[in-house]
Design a protein around this ligand. Sequence first.
Ligand code: NI
Length: 389
Amino acid sequence: MNPELKEKVQDIAQQLVEWRRDFHRHPEIAFQEQRTSQVLRLALEEMGLEVESLAKTGLRAKLPGKTDGRCVALRADIDALPVQEQGEREYISQNPGAAHACGHDGHMAVVLGAAKILTQLKDFFVGEVVFLFQPSEERPPGGAKLMVEEGALQGVDAIFGLHFWQSLPTGKVGMVKGPMMAQTGDFNITVQGKGGHGSMPQQTVDPILVASQLVVSIQSVVSRSVDPLKPAVVSFGTIHGGTIYNIIPEQVSLSGTIRTFDSDVHATVERRMREIVENTCQAFGATAEIEYKRGYPALVNHPEMVDFASEVTAKTLGEGRIMEIDPVMGGEDFAYFLQKVPGAFMFFGMGDGMAYPHHHPRFDMDEKALPEATLLLTALVLEYLDKNK
Ligand code: NI
Protein backbone atom coordinates (compact mmCIF):
# COMPACT_ATOMS: atom_id res chain seq x y z
CA MET A 1 0.00 0.00 0.00
CA ASN A 2 1.10 3.50 -0.82
CA PRO A 3 2.48 4.91 2.46
CA GLU A 4 1.64 8.45 1.40
CA LEU A 5 -2.03 7.70 0.96
CA LYS A 6 -3.00 8.97 4.40
CA GLU A 7 -1.12 12.20 3.82
CA LYS A 8 -2.76 12.67 0.47
CA VAL A 9 -6.17 12.29 2.08
CA GLN A 10 -5.23 14.74 4.85
CA ASP A 11 -4.23 17.25 2.17
CA ILE A 12 -7.77 17.26 0.79
CA ALA A 13 -9.64 16.94 4.11
CA GLN A 14 -10.84 20.54 3.97
CA GLN A 15 -11.88 20.14 0.35
CA LEU A 16 -14.01 17.11 1.29
CA VAL A 17 -15.90 19.20 3.85
CA GLU A 18 -16.36 22.02 1.34
CA TRP A 19 -17.71 19.67 -1.32
CA ARG A 20 -20.07 18.02 1.13
CA ARG A 21 -21.38 21.34 2.46
CA ASP A 22 -21.84 22.75 -1.03
CA PHE A 23 -23.98 19.74 -2.00
CA HIS A 24 -25.77 20.01 1.33
CA ARG A 25 -26.71 23.64 0.69
CA HIS A 26 -28.08 22.81 -2.75
CA PRO A 27 -30.03 19.55 -2.47
CA GLU A 28 -31.97 18.27 -5.47
CA ILE A 29 -34.39 15.35 -5.45
CA ALA A 30 -34.71 12.34 -7.73
CA PHE A 31 -33.77 13.04 -11.38
CA GLN A 32 -33.75 16.80 -10.78
CA GLU A 33 -30.05 16.84 -9.82
CA GLN A 34 -29.10 19.38 -12.52
CA ARG A 35 -26.85 21.62 -10.48
CA THR A 36 -25.42 18.69 -8.56
CA SER A 37 -24.54 16.94 -11.79
CA GLN A 38 -22.95 20.11 -13.19
CA VAL A 39 -20.80 20.67 -10.09
CA LEU A 40 -19.67 17.04 -10.15
CA ARG A 41 -18.84 17.21 -13.85
CA LEU A 42 -16.76 20.38 -13.44
CA ALA A 43 -14.85 18.90 -10.51
CA LEU A 44 -14.13 15.67 -12.41
CA GLU A 45 -13.12 17.50 -15.58
CA GLU A 46 -10.82 19.72 -13.57
CA MET A 47 -9.10 16.54 -12.43
CA GLY A 48 -8.61 15.69 -16.11
CA LEU A 49 -11.14 12.87 -16.24
CA GLU A 50 -13.24 11.96 -19.23
CA VAL A 51 -16.88 12.36 -18.17
CA GLU A 52 -20.04 11.12 -19.86
CA SER A 53 -23.67 11.71 -18.92
CA LEU A 54 -26.09 8.85 -18.51
CA ALA A 55 -29.36 8.05 -16.75
CA LYS A 56 -30.54 11.67 -17.20
CA THR A 57 -28.57 13.43 -14.45
CA GLY A 58 -26.03 10.66 -13.81
CA LEU A 59 -22.33 10.70 -14.65
CA ARG A 60 -19.64 8.16 -15.48
CA ALA A 61 -16.00 9.21 -15.32
CA LYS A 62 -13.07 7.06 -16.39
CA LEU A 63 -9.52 7.04 -15.10
CA PRO A 64 -7.07 4.77 -16.93
CA GLY A 65 -3.92 3.77 -15.06
CA LYS A 66 -0.45 3.26 -16.51
CA THR A 67 -1.36 0.10 -18.47
CA ASP A 68 -4.44 -1.99 -19.23
CA GLY A 69 -5.79 -4.30 -16.57
CA ARG A 70 -8.88 -4.87 -14.49
CA CYS A 71 -11.52 -2.19 -14.08
CA VAL A 72 -13.04 -1.31 -10.73
CA ALA A 73 -15.95 1.07 -10.11
CA LEU A 74 -16.93 3.28 -7.18
CA ARG A 75 -20.48 4.51 -6.92
CA ALA A 76 -22.05 7.49 -5.15
CA ASP A 77 -25.76 8.30 -5.14
CA ILE A 78 -26.49 12.00 -5.61
CA ASP A 79 -30.14 12.70 -4.81
CA ALA A 80 -31.67 14.48 -1.83
CA LEU A 81 -35.03 13.91 -0.13
CA PRO A 82 -38.26 15.89 -0.30
CA VAL A 83 -37.87 17.01 3.33
CA GLN A 84 -37.85 20.53 4.79
CA GLU A 85 -34.58 20.76 6.68
CA GLN A 86 -34.67 22.11 10.24
CA GLY A 87 -31.86 23.41 12.42
CA GLU A 88 -29.31 26.16 12.67
CA ARG A 89 -26.30 24.94 10.78
CA GLU A 90 -24.42 27.32 8.53
CA TYR A 91 -24.73 24.96 5.53
CA ILE A 92 -28.50 24.44 5.84
CA SER A 93 -30.47 23.67 2.66
CA GLN A 94 -31.16 26.66 0.42
CA ASN A 95 -33.84 24.74 -1.50
CA PRO A 96 -37.18 24.80 0.34
CA GLY A 97 -38.67 21.33 0.63
CA ALA A 98 -35.46 19.48 -0.22
CA ALA A 99 -32.65 18.28 2.03
CA HIS A 100 -29.68 15.92 2.03
CA ALA A 101 -31.22 14.05 4.94
CA CYS A 102 -29.66 10.69 4.09
CA GLY A 103 -25.98 11.54 3.65
CA HIS A 104 -25.71 11.32 -0.13
CA ASP A 105 -23.92 14.71 -0.04
CA GLY A 106 -21.15 12.91 1.86
CA HIS A 107 -21.13 10.01 -0.62
CA MET A 108 -20.45 12.44 -3.47
CA ALA A 109 -17.68 14.17 -1.50
CA VAL A 110 -15.81 10.95 -0.71
CA VAL A 111 -16.04 9.49 -4.22
CA LEU A 112 -14.81 12.84 -5.61
CA GLY A 113 -12.03 12.69 -3.01
CA ALA A 114 -11.06 9.19 -4.11
CA ALA A 115 -11.09 10.37 -7.74
CA LYS A 116 -8.80 13.26 -6.89
CA ILE A 117 -6.23 11.09 -5.12
CA LEU A 118 -6.35 8.28 -7.68
CA THR A 119 -5.78 10.83 -10.43
CA GLN A 120 -2.53 11.81 -8.71
CA LEU A 121 -1.55 8.13 -8.60
CA LYS A 122 -2.54 7.12 -12.12
CA ASP A 123 1.04 6.44 -13.23
CA PHE A 124 1.43 3.92 -10.43
CA PHE A 125 -1.47 1.52 -10.91
CA VAL A 126 -2.39 -1.03 -13.56
CA GLY A 127 -5.97 -1.06 -14.81
CA GLU A 128 -8.78 1.43 -14.78
CA VAL A 129 -11.15 3.12 -12.33
CA VAL A 130 -14.72 4.15 -13.14
CA PHE A 131 -16.57 6.65 -10.96
CA LEU A 132 -20.34 6.42 -11.06
CA PHE A 133 -22.56 9.22 -9.81
CA GLN A 134 -26.07 7.89 -9.72
CA PRO A 135 -29.31 9.89 -9.56
CA SER A 136 -32.49 8.98 -7.74
CA GLU A 137 -31.56 6.35 -5.19
CA GLU A 138 -34.45 7.33 -2.95
CA ARG A 139 -37.30 6.95 -5.37
CA PRO A 140 -38.05 3.69 -7.19
CA PRO A 141 -37.65 2.72 -9.99
CA GLY A 142 -34.44 4.63 -9.17
CA GLY A 143 -31.36 5.57 -11.11
CA ALA A 144 -29.18 2.45 -10.73
CA LYS A 145 -31.25 0.29 -13.05
CA LEU A 146 -31.13 2.99 -15.73
CA MET A 147 -27.38 3.45 -15.25
CA VAL A 148 -26.85 -0.27 -15.79
CA GLU A 149 -29.10 -0.25 -18.88
CA GLU A 150 -27.15 2.67 -20.31
CA GLY A 151 -23.81 0.92 -19.95
CA ALA A 152 -22.46 2.15 -16.62
CA LEU A 153 -20.86 -1.24 -15.96
CA GLN A 154 -19.38 -1.79 -19.40
CA GLY A 155 -15.95 -3.34 -18.89
CA VAL A 156 -16.27 -3.14 -15.10
CA ASP A 157 -14.97 -6.18 -13.17
CA ALA A 158 -15.91 -5.17 -9.62
CA ILE A 159 -17.76 -2.43 -7.77
CA PHE A 160 -17.76 -0.88 -4.31
CA GLY A 161 -20.15 1.53 -2.68
CA LEU A 162 -20.82 2.81 0.79
CA HIS A 163 -23.58 4.44 2.75
CA PHE A 164 -22.77 6.72 5.63
CA TRP A 165 -24.58 5.26 8.63
CA GLN A 166 -25.78 7.21 11.63
CA SER A 167 -26.29 4.24 13.94
CA LEU A 168 -22.60 3.23 13.66
CA PRO A 169 -19.91 5.17 15.55
CA THR A 170 -17.70 7.35 13.36
CA GLY A 171 -15.14 5.33 11.45
CA LYS A 172 -16.66 1.90 12.06
CA VAL A 173 -17.53 -0.20 9.05
CA GLY A 174 -20.42 -2.65 8.79
CA MET A 175 -20.94 -5.24 6.06
CA VAL A 176 -23.00 -8.38 5.67
CA LYS A 177 -22.09 -11.31 3.42
CA GLY A 178 -25.03 -12.14 1.18
CA PRO A 179 -28.36 -10.35 1.62
CA MET A 180 -27.78 -7.06 3.46
CA MET A 181 -30.73 -4.89 2.44
CA ALA A 182 -34.27 -5.84 1.59
CA GLN A 183 -36.32 -6.34 -1.53
CA THR A 184 -39.07 -3.75 -1.36
CA GLY A 185 -42.62 -3.61 -2.66
CA ASP A 186 -45.38 -1.05 -2.16
CA PHE A 187 -49.09 -1.55 -2.46
CA ASN A 188 -52.33 0.42 -2.62
CA ILE A 189 -55.65 -1.26 -1.93
CA THR A 190 -58.94 0.45 -2.63
CA VAL A 191 -61.96 -1.25 -1.06
CA GLN A 192 -65.21 -0.41 -2.80
CA GLY A 193 -68.30 -0.84 -0.66
CA LYS A 194 -71.74 0.74 -0.76
CA GLY A 195 -72.27 3.86 1.29
CA GLY A 196 -75.28 4.85 3.34
CA HIS A 197 -76.60 5.99 6.71
CA GLY A 198 -74.71 4.79 9.77
CA SER A 199 -78.01 3.88 11.42
CA MET A 200 -79.07 1.58 8.56
CA PRO A 201 -76.05 -0.67 7.93
CA GLN A 202 -78.25 -3.38 6.38
CA GLN A 203 -78.57 -1.15 3.30
CA THR A 204 -74.81 -0.79 2.89
CA VAL A 205 -71.60 -2.69 2.29
CA ASP A 206 -69.29 -1.21 4.90
CA PRO A 207 -65.76 -0.72 3.48
CA ILE A 208 -64.45 0.31 6.91
CA LEU A 209 -65.28 -3.11 8.31
CA VAL A 210 -63.72 -4.80 5.27
CA ALA A 211 -60.57 -2.67 5.50
CA SER A 212 -60.28 -3.49 9.21
CA GLN A 213 -60.48 -7.22 8.44
CA LEU A 214 -57.80 -6.78 5.78
CA VAL A 215 -55.35 -5.03 8.10
CA VAL A 216 -55.68 -7.83 10.64
CA SER A 217 -55.79 -10.76 8.20
CA ILE A 218 -52.84 -9.58 6.15
CA GLN A 219 -50.72 -9.57 9.31
CA SER A 220 -51.18 -13.35 9.32
CA VAL A 221 -49.24 -13.69 6.04
CA VAL A 222 -45.87 -13.27 7.71
CA SER A 223 -46.74 -15.40 10.75
CA ARG A 224 -48.58 -18.21 8.90
CA SER A 225 -47.44 -18.34 5.26
CA VAL A 226 -43.73 -17.51 5.48
CA ASP A 227 -40.94 -19.76 6.77
CA PRO A 228 -40.15 -18.39 10.25
CA LEU A 229 -36.43 -18.55 9.43
CA LYS A 230 -36.89 -16.16 6.51
CA PRO A 231 -37.47 -12.50 7.41
CA ALA A 232 -40.44 -10.58 6.02
CA VAL A 233 -42.29 -7.42 6.96
CA VAL A 234 -45.72 -6.18 5.92
CA SER A 235 -46.61 -2.72 7.22
CA PHE A 236 -49.59 -0.53 6.49
CA GLY A 237 -48.66 3.13 6.24
CA THR A 238 -51.98 4.79 5.46
CA ILE A 239 -55.68 4.10 5.81
CA HIS A 240 -58.18 6.65 4.59
CA GLY A 241 -61.94 6.62 4.43
CA GLY A 242 -65.07 8.40 5.47
CA THR A 243 -66.12 11.97 6.12
CA ILE A 244 -68.31 12.09 9.24
CA TYR A 245 -69.39 9.84 12.14
CA ASN A 246 -72.85 8.87 10.83
CA ILE A 247 -72.10 8.00 7.22
CA ILE A 248 -70.85 4.66 6.02
CA PRO A 249 -68.49 5.65 3.18
CA GLU A 250 -68.29 4.21 -0.32
CA GLN A 251 -64.56 3.56 -0.29
CA VAL A 252 -61.58 3.04 1.95
CA SER A 253 -58.02 3.11 0.67
CA LEU A 254 -55.00 1.53 2.32
CA SER A 255 -51.33 1.54 1.45
CA GLY A 256 -48.27 -0.16 2.77
CA THR A 257 -44.94 -1.76 2.14
CA ILE A 258 -43.48 -5.27 1.95
CA ARG A 259 -39.83 -6.09 2.75
CA THR A 260 -38.07 -9.42 2.33
CA PHE A 261 -34.56 -10.70 1.55
CA ASP A 262 -35.67 -13.48 -0.75
CA SER A 263 -37.63 -13.13 -3.97
CA ASP A 264 -39.60 -16.37 -3.43
CA VAL A 265 -40.71 -15.10 -0.04
CA HIS A 266 -41.61 -11.82 -1.66
CA ALA A 267 -43.75 -13.60 -4.25
CA THR A 268 -45.50 -15.60 -1.51
CA VAL A 269 -46.33 -12.48 0.48
CA GLU A 270 -47.68 -10.73 -2.60
CA ARG A 271 -49.77 -13.74 -3.65
CA ARG A 272 -51.24 -14.33 -0.17
CA MET A 273 -52.03 -10.65 0.19
CA ARG A 274 -53.95 -10.66 -3.09
CA GLU A 275 -55.86 -13.81 -2.10
CA ILE A 276 -56.86 -12.36 1.25
CA VAL A 277 -58.00 -9.09 -0.31
CA GLU A 278 -60.05 -10.76 -3.03
CA ASN A 279 -61.65 -13.39 -0.82
CA THR A 280 -62.35 -11.11 2.12
CA CYS A 281 -64.01 -8.59 -0.16
CA GLN A 282 -66.08 -11.32 -1.72
CA ALA A 283 -67.19 -12.55 1.70
CA PHE A 284 -68.47 -9.10 2.61
CA GLY A 285 -69.95 -8.23 -0.79
CA ALA A 286 -67.33 -5.58 -1.52
CA THR A 287 -64.80 -5.33 -4.33
CA ALA A 288 -61.19 -4.16 -4.31
CA GLU A 289 -58.49 -2.89 -6.58
CA ILE A 290 -54.91 -3.71 -5.78
CA GLU A 291 -51.98 -1.82 -7.18
CA TYR A 292 -48.69 -3.50 -6.47
CA LYS A 293 -45.32 -1.98 -7.31
CA ARG A 294 -42.14 -3.99 -6.95
CA GLY A 295 -39.30 -1.82 -5.72
CA TYR A 296 -35.61 -2.61 -5.58
CA PRO A 297 -34.36 -6.19 -5.44
CA ALA A 298 -32.54 -7.34 -2.31
CA LEU A 299 -28.98 -6.04 -2.03
CA VAL A 300 -26.79 -9.14 -1.97
CA ASN A 301 -23.09 -8.70 -1.24
CA HIS A 302 -20.61 -11.12 -2.78
CA PRO A 303 -19.02 -12.98 0.15
CA GLU A 304 -15.47 -13.01 -1.25
CA MET A 305 -15.66 -9.27 -1.92
CA VAL A 306 -16.82 -8.68 1.66
CA ASP A 307 -13.78 -10.67 2.85
CA PHE A 308 -11.56 -8.59 0.61
CA ALA A 309 -13.10 -5.28 1.75
CA SER A 310 -12.79 -6.34 5.40
CA GLU A 311 -9.08 -7.09 4.94
CA VAL A 312 -8.51 -3.74 3.26
CA THR A 313 -10.45 -1.96 6.02
CA ALA A 314 -8.28 -3.56 8.73
CA LYS A 315 -5.10 -2.83 6.81
CA THR A 316 -6.02 0.77 5.99
CA LEU A 317 -7.97 2.03 8.98
CA GLY A 318 -6.74 -0.39 11.60
CA GLU A 319 -7.96 -3.53 13.32
CA GLY A 320 -11.22 -3.26 15.20
CA ARG A 321 -12.97 -1.08 12.63
CA ILE A 322 -15.28 -3.79 11.34
CA MET A 323 -18.50 -4.12 13.33
CA GLU A 324 -20.81 -7.09 13.19
CA ILE A 325 -24.11 -5.84 11.90
CA ASP A 326 -27.43 -7.41 11.00
CA PRO A 327 -29.07 -6.96 7.60
CA VAL A 328 -31.52 -4.05 7.44
CA MET A 329 -35.03 -3.93 6.02
CA GLY A 330 -34.37 -0.73 4.08
CA GLY A 331 -34.01 -0.85 0.29
CA GLU A 332 -31.04 0.33 -1.80
CA ASP A 333 -30.71 0.23 -5.58
CA PHE A 334 -26.97 -0.52 -5.46
CA ALA A 335 -28.55 -3.99 -5.59
CA TYR A 336 -28.77 -3.68 -9.40
CA PHE A 337 -25.01 -3.19 -9.75
CA LEU A 338 -24.34 -6.21 -7.55
CA GLN A 339 -26.61 -8.32 -9.76
CA LYS A 340 -24.21 -7.67 -12.65
CA VAL A 341 -20.70 -7.62 -11.18
CA PRO A 342 -19.04 -8.82 -7.98
CA GLY A 343 -18.80 -6.22 -5.30
CA ALA A 344 -19.54 -5.08 -1.79
CA PHE A 345 -21.67 -2.41 -0.23
CA MET A 346 -20.80 -1.17 3.24
CA PHE A 347 -22.18 1.04 5.96
CA PHE A 348 -19.64 3.61 7.09
CA GLY A 349 -20.22 4.98 10.59
CA MET A 350 -20.53 8.73 11.07
CA GLY A 351 -22.81 8.77 14.08
CA ASP A 352 -20.62 10.30 16.82
CA GLY A 353 -22.63 13.13 18.37
CA MET A 354 -25.44 12.70 15.85
CA ALA A 355 -28.88 12.48 17.45
CA TYR A 356 -31.18 12.24 14.45
CA PRO A 357 -31.68 9.24 12.19
CA HIS A 358 -31.58 9.12 8.40
CA HIS A 359 -34.47 10.97 6.69
CA HIS A 360 -35.11 13.14 9.79
CA PRO A 361 -35.40 16.93 9.11
CA ARG A 362 -32.47 17.49 11.52
CA PHE A 363 -30.28 14.70 10.17
CA ASP A 364 -26.57 15.54 9.96
CA MET A 365 -23.26 13.69 9.84
CA ASP A 366 -19.97 13.73 11.72
CA GLU A 367 -17.67 15.10 9.03
CA LYS A 368 -14.66 13.36 10.60
CA ALA A 369 -15.87 10.33 8.69
CA LEU A 370 -15.19 12.01 5.33
CA PRO A 371 -11.39 11.58 5.13
CA GLU A 372 -11.58 8.09 6.59
CA ALA A 373 -14.14 6.95 4.04
CA THR A 374 -12.12 8.54 1.24
CA LEU A 375 -9.05 6.67 2.42
CA LEU A 376 -10.92 3.38 2.48
CA LEU A 377 -12.43 3.81 -1.01
CA THR A 378 -9.05 4.78 -2.46
CA ALA A 379 -7.36 1.80 -0.80
CA LEU A 380 -10.07 -0.58 -2.03
CA VAL A 381 -9.41 0.50 -5.61
CA LEU A 382 -5.61 0.30 -5.35
CA GLU A 383 -5.61 -3.02 -3.53
CA TYR A 384 -8.13 -4.54 -5.91
CA LEU A 385 -6.15 -3.50 -8.99
CA ASP A 386 -2.88 -4.61 -7.42
CA LYS A 387 -4.25 -8.01 -6.44
CA ASN A 388 -5.76 -8.63 -9.87
CA LYS A 389 -3.10 -7.23 -12.19
NI1 NI B 1 -29.67 6.88 1.42
